[in-house]
Design a protein around this ligand. Structure first.
Ligand code: ZN
Ligand code: ZN
Length: 185
């Protein structure tokens, strides 16, 4: 009997992947249902025998990964340890479709010169220097390029790695306002 796999990448959107076979013994585990309550599920580890794993946009893969992390954060220590030790040893791979923005190096360098080695959000010193002695700061677009932001002096700031992450994880209005003022100086 042939088993065919369809992948669900968005609600009600299924993409045909190809023929699969069982890769190792099925097992049971507890997973949260759509409301977050634990339920018992059977897991069938599969391997694609023929066919093509769909090429997804990078942003979509990132979104799926973020969702998976959210689910993982709700599990108990024990569940996490169990899943972590059962995991595959080689990372999965898939082709992804991405857009790379060509950032203006002079706009980036301008933000770093303006910052003078201090993060434009927290005001702290760059956490370390590059091998050539330049303080290490990262450039960030206040309105992300992916959301139509401009690659200009007024939209580009230099941040310490911590604040840079924070801007991407929390996107706080107050921080955005602070950076807008800094970028205009
Ligand atoms: Zn900072
Ligand atoms: Zn950024």
């Amino acid at each position: 009997m042939d088993v065919h796999l369809f992948e669900r990448n968005a609600p009600k959107t299924y993409t045909y992947v190809g023929r699969v076979r069982l890769d190792s013994a099925p097992y049971q585990e507890v997973q949260p249902d759509s409301e977050g309550s634990p339920r018992n599920v059977w897991v069938f580890p599969l391997r694609v025998v023929s066919g093509q794993i769909p090429v997804l946009p990078v942003a979509e893969i990132d979104q799926q990964e973020a969702k998976a992390h959210k689910v993982a954060r709700r599990l108990s220590d024990l569940e996490i340890r169990e899943k972590a030790s059962r995991g595959r040893t080689q990372p999965g791979q898939r082709q992804a479709l991405g857009v790379r923005y060509e950032r203006d190096v002079f706009v980036a360098e301008n933000a770093k010169r303006r910052a003078k080695g201090l993060c434009e959000l927290c005001g702290g010193e760059a956490p370390f220097s590059r091998a050539d002695g330049d303080p290490y700061l990262e450039t960030h677009h206040i309105v992300w390029l992916a959301q139509g932001g401009a690659d200009t002096v007024e939209n580009t700031v230099a941040l310490c790695p911590n604040c840079h992450r924070k801007m991407h994880v929390l996107k706080l209005e107050g921080d955005i306002a602070t950076l807008r003022v800094k970028a205009k100086l």
